[in-house]
Unconditional design. Sequence first.
Length: 270
Amino acid sequence: MGGILKAPFMKELVRTCTTMFRLGWNERNGGNISIIVDEGEAAKYLDTRASLREFDLSFDAAELEGRILAVTRTGSYFRNVKVDPEYNLGLVRIGKGGKSAALLWGFAGGGGPTSELSSHLLSHITRLRQDTRHRVVTHCHATNTLAMTLVHDLDDRSFTRTLWKMMTECIIVFPEGVGVLPWMICGNDEIGRATAEKMKDYRVCVWAQHGVFAAGNSLDEALGLIEAVEKAAQVYIMVMNGTVRNVIKDGELKVLAESFAVNYRKDFLD
């Protein structure tokens, strides 16, 4: 049994945190990530039966009972994850009935998982119902996407349409569109439930004046979704005050989506 930091999923988590900080999306203690970890894989590197301490959950996570997750620490800075992963990351197991979680490793010196844990776990539950291969939820403050929420209508259809029309690959990468929430207080169960509700239909949920939540089967997929949304939002912010002469038309989007055989939101196009 080797150290948990040798596990491929932990190496990838550290690398992803470092990348997201470098992109400017996780300033200070902004942003958080959680990964559902296969117990057999985790057991290669530590005793998954040994609990360091436990903490209560304020929401129902019963559908995740027994699941192990790698989670970023509350108040942690992504820029420090590579320097001190045992302080900034933790491995937790959801307890019986989904009302508590046991710390298996990490969060050195005290502290606990991200304050957005309810948004993460409730979104995991929702996405697993849609896709049993689902594994990752990540949150960041993608700059241009955040800026777009200041100047754009905040309904799913119009927000998605604008993103799709900015860049050819968008309807292929997120054919179901994106969900958008109005401004809400962060770090509580209310925004967690609202985010999970959006995750029934989307893998990306935009929090107005805050940032982005994205889900995927891997860290690469979740991060890639944010990259595509953010690039399209950047293009929109760059041209919004100019005279736009050319966009991808609805008919062209339909042909594009059908050419790549993706199941797109047909009601989002005229």
